[in-house]
Design a protein around this ligand. Structure first.
Ligand SMILES: [Mn+2]
Length: 252
């Protein structure tokens, strides 16, 4: 298959270097050289600095997520958030300069349009929505409306850590690769909700064009999640440690 027609999408690495290294090895084993990163790359209690070093070296087309933005403009007092405090203290000036260089949306390889949350907001889920009763998948009709101005056949988003492939009626694909670095979490905004894939495996997506048709696949990757969990616990987040080891965050 011509290399130009294959692409790997990664998102929401969240400073999880062991997971990123395993995903990178899996992508390289398959001979895929085109890779895009959908943001929220560094924020988290695992290993943000070495994750940044690796990503800067890799030079993947990358967009900025909401939690990358927070690292550029952190509140003056971070003592009530151990992961934010650990990440801010870990990053060097070069890491912050790299984050500042990232745009909110980007085009890549002629056939991709990418963003972290929605095309307009880095902190809004796109393929799903939070309701007072839990998470719901957004309809194909709604997604068709919201991507009306995008001409690329492949649209990539991240942010909700939930792998999903949405086929639009005009044959464009919207792909959320899920998260490399964190398979489960709880959040309170806009309503309390739980995100969980139910297994600790890192996730990424492979997108390819065969005979003129685009298709996508979500790849689960085994990695040393106990090492990631130990680092998270050591850096003040025992809740992350459980989410990392299980891919389960319980009930909102
Ligand atoms: Mn995010």
């Amino acid at each position: 298959m011509p290399e130009a027609m294959r692409l790997a999408g990664v998102s929401d690495i969240h400073g999880n270097l062991p997971a990123l290294e395993a995903v990178l090895a899996d992508i390289e084993r398959r001979g895929i050289s085109r890779i895009v990163n959908l943001g929220d790359s560094l924020y988290g209690p695992i290993d943000p600095a070495h994750t940044a070093d690796l990503l800067i070296r890799l030079k993947w087309p990358t967009v900025r997520g909401n939690e990358d933005r927070i690292l550029l403009f952190p509140p003056s007092d971070t003592s009530d958030s151990p992961s934010l405090e650990y990440t801010v203290q870990s990053l060097s000036g070069d890491h912050v300069i790299w984050l500042a260089s990232l745009a909110m949306t980007a085009e890549a390889f002629d056939f991709c349009y990418m963003f972290h949350g929605s095309p307009e907001r880095d902190d809004r889920y796109f393929l799903s929505e939070v309701t007072p009763h839990g998470i719901a998948a957004r309809s194909v009709e709604t997604l068709e409306d919201e991507t009306a101005g995008i001409y690329q056949p492949i649209i990539l988003c991240g942010h909700d850590h939930t792998p999903r492939i949405c086929h639009l009626p005009d044959n464009r694909l919207i792909v959320n690769p899920g998260s490399v670095g964190l398979q489960a979490y709880t959040d309170h905004s806009p309503y309390p909700h739980v995100i969980q894939t139910g297994s600790p495996h890192a996730r990424y997506a492979i997108i390819e064009n065969t005979g003129g048709n685009w298709s996508a696949e979500i790849i689960p990757v085994e990695y040393d999640w106990n090492r990631a969990a130990d680092l998270a616990a050591a850096h003040g987040r025992p809740d992350w440690a459980i989410w990392l080891k299980t891919g389960i965050a319980g009930v909102a």
